[in-house]
Design a protein around this ligand. Structure first.
Ligand code: SF4
Ligand SMILES: [Zn+2]
Length: 362
């Protein structure tokens, strides 16, 4: 039987607009060197079929033909690549899922990427779609030594309570570890995405579980971790929780605090994503997302810190930057509010209590 999180999330998805015609690609350029290319698809199978992941919506569209995709890559992505050394190819869910990106389209991506002379190519996909067949195909197209190939996998948390009861994520941690082994077998790198700000948790619990998840990822062989602080997206159950006052946007200070708690040995291999640097996937302003929050007084300083942090590749240099920033003890209202929230000593809700809460807002 479908659980209440899935049911309510599917209801929240209703009315989300289809991808407009001729918008085969959505491009983001978070830095001079890096472009994220999201390719239109029917939507993530987990979101589409079972309402999984109550925080996620990358939209729904249609499957492209190889010809359409080739044209879009050439006409839209190619002109954006000046100075770019790293391209991430993703879709609305998993770029290795043939239900989203056909084998023909995947070949088009590989042919296109192979001609770019990049330093790094990243494929974003769910761990259950990682197979020897697809990795062998990629490896054949990109023979060593270059470019570096990374397989980035959504994982969010190592805590099964968080996966099941807070996020409703369909993920088998054993399968994730197996995918890492396969990725390494083909001499590629594995990157894990960690979520910061899971609903139904207090701020200290959100932080603690994210720190543990970063550490777990490296212990299990991840080569890098991407931290995703929560963005509240329209057409999700999380947005409904926000509207009903059950969920509050995360503070930028929580991300800073997370960085300060990550052991130095891992810090050089941590990246930040969606920390307030991107607008929503839906291009018009009718459906804005809600990024992590700051205030006028601290906003610029925090973003300068993020730029410095990402510009520094060495773990020791990053540690120094984080310590220096935390020691500045910026005196702004939103930091004060966050520090107050950190004093919350509430226990975790039981799954039954979460269900009761949801029943009340149905
Ligand atoms: S988080 Fe990943 S698996 Fe979950 S719905 Fe989004 S794209 Fe799909
Ligand atoms: Zn502030």
């Amino acid at each position: 039987m479908m659980n209440i999180l899935s049911k309510m999330n599917l209801e929240a998805h209703q009315g989300r607009p289809l991808t407009p015609e001729n918008k085969c690609l959505t491009l983001w350029r978070p830095s001079d060197r890096f472009v994220h290319c999201c390719i239109e698809s029917r939507g993530c199978r987990f979101s589409r079929d079972s309402g999984a992941c109550i925080m996620c919506d990358y939209g729904i569209g249609r499957g492209l033909s190889g010809e359409e995709l080739e044209k879009a890559l050439r006409e839209e992505l190619q002109p954006e690549l000046d100075g770019v050394s790293m391209v991430l190819f993703g879709s609305y869910g998993s770029v290795f899922d043939t239900g989203e990106i056909s084998a023909e389209c995947f070949d088009v991506i590989l042919d296109f990427a192979a001609g770019l002379g990049l330093e790094e190519v990243i494929f974003e996909t769910h761990c259950c779609t990682v197979t020897e067949e697809i990795l062998a195909k990629i490896r054949k197209k990109f023979p060593p030594p270059s470019p570096r190939v990374t397989v980035e996998m959504g994982y969010e948390s190592c805590d099964s309570y968080v996966l099941e009861n807070c996020l409703n994520k369909t993920l088998n941690l054993g399968q994730l570890c197996h995918a890492v082994e396969l990725v390494h077998k083909y001499d590629m790198e594995a990157s894990f995405n960690v979520f910061l700000g899971a609903p139904f948790l207090s701020a200290p619990q959100q932080l603690e579980t994210a720190v543990q998840s970063v550490e777990w990822a490296f212990e299990k062989g991840a080569d890098s971790v991407v931290v995703f602080p929560c963005n509240i997206k329209p057409f999700t159950l999380l947005y409904r929780l926000y509207e009903r006052g059950i969920y509050r946007p995360v503070s930028q200070w929580m991300l800073v605090e997370l960085l300060s708690r990550i052991p130095e040995e891992f810090l050089g291999r941590v990246t930040l994503s969606w920390y307030g640097d991107r607008g929503n996937f839906y291009e018009n302003d009718s459906f804005p997302l809600i990024p992590p929050q700051d205030c006028e007084r601290c906003h610029d300083r925090i973003f300068t810190f993020y730029r410095e942090f990402m510009g520094e590749r060495e773990a020791s240099g990053r540690k120094r930057l984080v310590e220096r920033f935390v020691q500045e003890k910026m005196d702004c209202g939103c930091r004060g509010d966050f520090l107050e929230e950190l004093k919350n000593r509430k226990k975790r809700l039981s799954p039954e209590e979460i269900e009761e809460l949801l029943q009340r807002i149905k």
